[in-house]
Design a protein. Sequence first.
Lengths: 111, 111
Amino acid sequence: DTAVSQTPKYLVTQMGNDKSIKCEQNLGHDTMYWYKQDSKKFLKIMFSYNNKELIINETVPNRFSPKSPDKAHLNLHINSLELGDSAVYFCASSQSSGEAFFGQGTRLTVV
Amino acid sequence: GEDVEQSLFLSVREGDSSVINCTYTDSSSTYLYWYKQEPGAGLQLLTYIFSNMDMKQDQRLTVLLNKKDKHLSLRIADTQTGDSAIYFCAEPHTGRRALTFGSGTRLQVQP
């Protein structure tokens, strides 16, 4: 049973396109996150949702919009993709501010 | 500031001990974490330490915490080639429901 699953694992798309990455957790956690990992492996928090409510919205372009239809899902929609958006995007979940469990990542390549 | 700092690279021989260091910033952190990321994979929680502890041992892993200096270390005894990965330390921040990660230390184990 996969605890935190995100799809797709790989995504190659052209500049200007709109794409979504989906994330689901079956751990019963109340908090979900999106992190971005760049080519140097730095990890930065993008968004955090607690019980479907946005609680962290770091400085990311407003082309990035998270959507949480329920506590177990947090999707990331990206409009007008740019070359600089190429990265690995990780979804994670936790119970309150406890340890975070991560998905396997989505490698986004914008060409 | 919110910088969590780690050295970027460590190379050891199989069978030696590895020590990965981390300097964190938030003295009110209740837990501090070590995550492992293998190539092409997500982050896996390796171990954690509660802030009122100085040391925690878990099989080949020993975590040392120096709260005065805000210094955290992870020692891996009898390092194996399967330990080759990137190791991240992480801390939660007061009032935030997300972990802040260090830059990651790439551990290379040579046979």
